[in-house]
Ligand binder design. Structure first.
Ligand SMILES: [Zn+2]
Length: 250
């Protein structure tokens, strides 16, 4: 049976001289692994090799015997991210590749997340137009938080996960921490009870409790938050995402 869908390419692996194995994040079908036979031939039915972050219309045939679907058609939408970004802004491209890696790590095959798909596409589109590094980092942070929320792992950012106090988290002059295992912010009074914790700066904590502040935040603050999220994704998935080192400044 043939299935049509809208999809973004989130992973490609060369399979042979002429073919690729591609992973698509599709709007209605969820994550799909597929073989694109002959995609690297000069005259393929896919207009050449399928590129990371390209998006458009796919047609694929699911297979019962084989886990991989067979990609029958891929029609790339005009003006997509990827190649354009690569020419213009390497940092933005790396942020988009990081986002794609995280979508791949945190979603399961054939498990649709249409709202997340729409957020991802909007993120890629906004990334193409981001001019400043700060703007790109803020977009990435917001997408990462949307991703966590959509897969049911949204962190608690408006009160202390342990004592539930809101005032200490939102108005404190003390240090604020984030615990991956507790999945949220921890106030100064509770911090000693948690082994795994990431210490935030006051500005980073303020921007996390009030995400509107991200738009005005300086690069140090944004980098601190991104460093926290890279740590959190590492804890969640059991290994550090490959693209983190190209985005997070240590
Ligand atoms: Zn507390």
């Amino acid at each position: 049976m043939l299935t049509k869908d809208q999809a973004v390419c989130i992973r490609t692996v060369d399979y042979s001289e002429t073919s690729q194995i591609v992973t698509f994040f599709a709007r209605a079908s969820g994550k799909i692994g597929a073989i694109a036979k002959g995609s690297k031939r000069p005259k393929s039915s896919f207009d050449g090799p399928i590129e990371m972050l390209s998006h458009g219309r796919i047609v694929f045939a699911a297979s019962n015997r084989n886990k991989l679907a067979t990609l029958c058609e891929f029609e790339s939408a005009a003006g997509t991210a990827g190649p354009a970004l690569l020419r213009n802004n390497l940092f933005s491209l790396n942020c988009c590749l990081f986002a794609a890696e995280l979508v791949n790590l945190l979603t399961d095959e054939h498990d649709p997340h249409p709202a997340l798909f729409d957020s991802f596409l909007e993120f890629l589109h906004n990334a193409e137009n981001a001019r400043e590094k700060c703007e790109m980092l803020a977009l990435l942070i917001l997408f990462q938080l949307a991703l966590l929320k959509d897969v049911g792992l949204g962190p608690i950012l408006d009160h202390c996960v342990n004592c539930k106090a809101t005032s200490d988290i939102q108005h404190t002059t003390d240090d604020i921490y984030f615990s991956s295992s507790a999945n949220g912010l921890i106030c100064k009074n509770c911090e000693s009870a948690f082994q795994d914790k990431f210490k935030l700066t006051k500005n980073a904590a303020a921007a996390l409790t009030n995400l509107k502040l991200l738009a005005e935040a300086d690069e140090n603050t944004l980098n601190k938050i991104e460093k926290l999220l890279a740590y959190h994704f590492t804890e969640l998935t059991g290994r550090r995402p490959r693209m983190a080192k190209y985005v997070v400044r240590n």
